[in-house]
Design a binder for this molecule. Structure first.
Ligand code: ZN
Ligand code: ZN
Ligand code: ZN
Length: 290
C-alpha cells in the first residue's frame, strides 16, 4: 500500500501547506494513484460567516486563503474525475459538460447538494449521482432531476466509477449519510462527513480497510456536552483513534473552530491537520505552493 502524502505540514504550520485553488484544481500529472482536492471545507454557514465580525471571519475577509466554501471535494485517478458532494454553486463553471464521471453525495442536506439545483437544468451527457437510499432526497431533486441520474448506493457495497472504487460506509447524522472509502490502485482515502462519531460497523470496516488518509468531519471546537450532529475536536480525535487513522484532515469547519484554532495553534496531534479549500491530498511528494 502506498503512503499518501497530503502535502501538508503539522497543523501549527498549516497555512504554509495550501495549494492555491483560485484557478481551480489542476489535472493529475500521472495516470495512477488517487488525488483528492478539497474544494469546500466549510460548514453550512461557511467562513466568513455572514454578519460575523469575529477574528476568524475578519481574517477570511482579508485573505481568501482562509475562506471556507460549502462541502465539496474532487477525486481524480487517471482520467477519472468524481465529485464528492455538490455544495459549491458554481459547478457549471468549474466542470465543463462531460468532465465528471459521477457525483457522490454523502447525504441530502442543502449545503451538500445545493450545486445540483442549477446543474440539473443543463444539457449534454447525463451525470450519474450516487447517493444513500434516502427516500426523501432534498426538495424536488428526485422529481425534477433534469440531466441527473440518481443511483441508490448500498452500505459496504463497492461501486466502480471509472478508475475509482467507492465503498459507502454509514455515518451518524440527522439524515441518512454515507462516508466513502475511495480506492484506486493501492491508494486509499476515506471521506467521512457529516458525522458525529462512527457506527460500530463502520469502525470495524475502516480498521480493516486501513486508509492512508482520513478526511473527517470536525465542525466544532471542544464542547462541554457531546455534540449531536457533527464532531467537535474531541469526538473527531476519538473516531480517528478508534479506526487507527494514520493521517487525518479535518473538514466541515465552522468559524468557531477556526477561532479556537487561532488561539490553540499546535495543540492537535502531529498526524492531524486542518483542511483548507484547495488542499490536495495525493501520492506524490509535491510540496504545495500558495
Ligand atoms: Zn465568525
Ligand atoms: Zn449534514
Ligand atoms: Zn454539512
Amino acid at each position: 500500500m502506498s503512503t499518501l502524502n497530503s502535502g501538508i505540514l503539522p497543523s501549527s504550520r498549516e497555512v504554509d501547506s495550501i495549494h492555491d485553488s483560485r484557478n481551480g484544481p489542476k489535472p493529475p500529472k500521472n495516470t495512477g494513484g488517487l488525488r483528492l482536492s478539497l474544494l469546500g471545507t466549510g460548514d453550512a454557514g461557511g467562513v466568513p460567516l455572514y454578519g460575523c465580525n469575529c477574528p476568524a471571519c475578519e481574517r477570511a475577509r482579508l485573505d481568501p486563503l482562509f475562506r471556507r466554501r460549502p462541502s465539496t471535494a474532487l477525486v481524480e485517478s487517471g482520467g477519472t474525475r468524481v465529485l464528492i458532494d455538490a455544495g459549491l454553486v458554481d459547478l457549471a463553471e468549474r466542470f465543463p459538460s462531460g468532465n465528471l464521471a459521477a457525483i457522490l453525495l454523502t447525504h441530502f442536506h442543502p449545503d451538500h447538494v445545493q450545486g445540483l439545483f442549477h446543474l440539473r437544468w443543463g444539457t449534454g451527457p447525463r451525470i450519474d449521482v450516487g447517493a444513500p437510499p434516502d427516500p426523501e432526497g432534498c426538495a424536488d431533486l428526485y422529481k425534477n432531476n433534469g440531466l441527473l441520474t440518481f443511483q441508490r448506493l448500498q452500505e459496504f457495497s463497492p461501486a466502480l466509477f471509472g478508475d475509482v472504487t467507492a465503498t459507502p460506509v454509514p455515518l451518524v447524522h440527522s439524515k441518512m449519510t454515507f462516508g466513502y472509502c475511495l480506492e484506486a490502485g493501492s491508494a486509499r482515502i476515506a471521506y467521512l462527513c457529516d458525522t458525529i462519531g462512527l457506527p460500530p460497523g463502520s469502525v470495524e470496516f475502516l480498521k480493516q480497510w486501513r486508509p492512508d488518509c482520513v478526511i473527517l468531519d470536525c465542525c466544532h471546537p471542544p464542547l462541554e456536552r457531546r455534540p449531536r450532529n457533527h464532531n467537535d475536536v474531541r469526538t473527531a480525535l476519538e473516531s480517528a483513534d478508534a479506526i487507527g487513522a494514520r493521517r487525518v484532515i479535518l473538514t466541515h469547519v465552522s468559524h468557531e473552530l477556526d477561532l479556537w484554532l487561532m488561539n490553540h495553534a499546535g495543540t492537535l496531534p502531529r498526524h492531524v491537520a486542518v483542511g483548507r479549500d484547495g488542499m490536495v491530498i495525493d501520492d506524490r511528494n509535491t510540496e504545495p505552493s500558495r
